[in-house]
Design a protein around this ligand. Structure first.
Ligand code: ADP
Ligand code: ADP
Length: 216
């Protein structure tokens, strides 16, 4: 199964991805997590993308497309994968079509901007695994510590209010047009994906149920 989770930063893509990958046995491919590991490891790629990520801007399509193409060649992707945070621009989506990667499901998780600001400012993450928490809506068992490893959680550099607004504006300009792109593709191409929009508000379980319905 090949799935794309679309939606603004903070819509809950990473949170729901964790559950989908377990339920359907496919790996999560988060370009954000991949880039953050490169920054942390100080690789050539990491050095190239560090500043743009900190400002909330988008990394170039060329870099992202090369990164994803290499990733989906790996053995664990043979039964499919879940994209979280990719594609984020029309050229990225078009690159998938051109490479003959046929996606079965595209699910847009819709959340309004004000809710996003509150979600992202309370977001805490476990850096090594990418596991996501929220100080109020999805707190860890022990405050400030990851449930599995008990290592400390961090607040991301780019989860500050001014950067969040910048990321939202980029989302509306560059990523939101993908809704139209996939709506078109699903209606004109018989091998195109099934496209659905689900409401991202409500408890984690409620959102999960909506996703399971969209995937069946
Ligand atoms: P969020 O989960 O908050 O939406 P991500 O972890 O997906 O954020 O992405 C963090 C940052 O990594 C983005 O602000 C951007 O700089 C970069 N990034 C991640 N994925 C992409 C992509 N597909 N195209 C361009 N930049 C990306
Ligand atoms: P994305 O990957 O789309 O950027 P995340 O999964 O990282 O989003 O979620 C952003 C923040 O919102 C996290 O702190 C997460 O715990 C919280 N969150 C996720 N789903 C919900 C929900 N249904 N209700 C409230 N908060 C949520």
């Amino acid at each position: 199964m090949k799935v794309i989770l679309l939606g603004p930063p903070g819509a809950g893509k990473g949170t729901q991805a964790q559950f989908i990958t377990e339920k359907y046995g496919i790996p999560q491919i988060s370009t954000g997590d991949m880039l953050r590991s490169a920054v942390k490891a100080g690789t050539e790629l990491g050095l190239k993308v560090k500043d743009i990520m900190a400002s909330g801007g988008l990394v170039s399509d060329e870099i992202i497309i090369a990164l994803v193409k290499e990733r989906i060649e790996q053995a664990d992707c043979s039964n499919g994968f879940l994209f979280d945070g990719f594609p984020r621009t029309i050229p990225q989506a078009q690159a998938l079509v051109d490479a003959g990667v046929s996606i079965e499901y595209v699910i847009e998780i819709a959340v309004d901007d004000e809710q996003i600001v509150s979600r992202l400012s309370g977001r805490r993450v476990h850096e090594n695994s990418g596991r996501v928490y929220h100080i109020e809506h999805n707190p860890p068992k022990n405050e400030g510590l990851d449930n599995e490893t008990q290592e400390p959680l961090i607040q991301r550099e780019d989860d500050k209010e001014a950067t969040i607004r910048n990321r939202l504006s980029i989302y509306h300009n560059q990523t939101k047009p993908l809704v139209e792109f996939y709506t078109q593709l699903s209606s004109t191409d018989s091998a195109g994906p099934s496209f659905s929009t689900i409401d991202g508000l409500g408890g984690l379980d409620e959102v999960q149920t909506r996703i399971v319905t969209a995937l069946s």
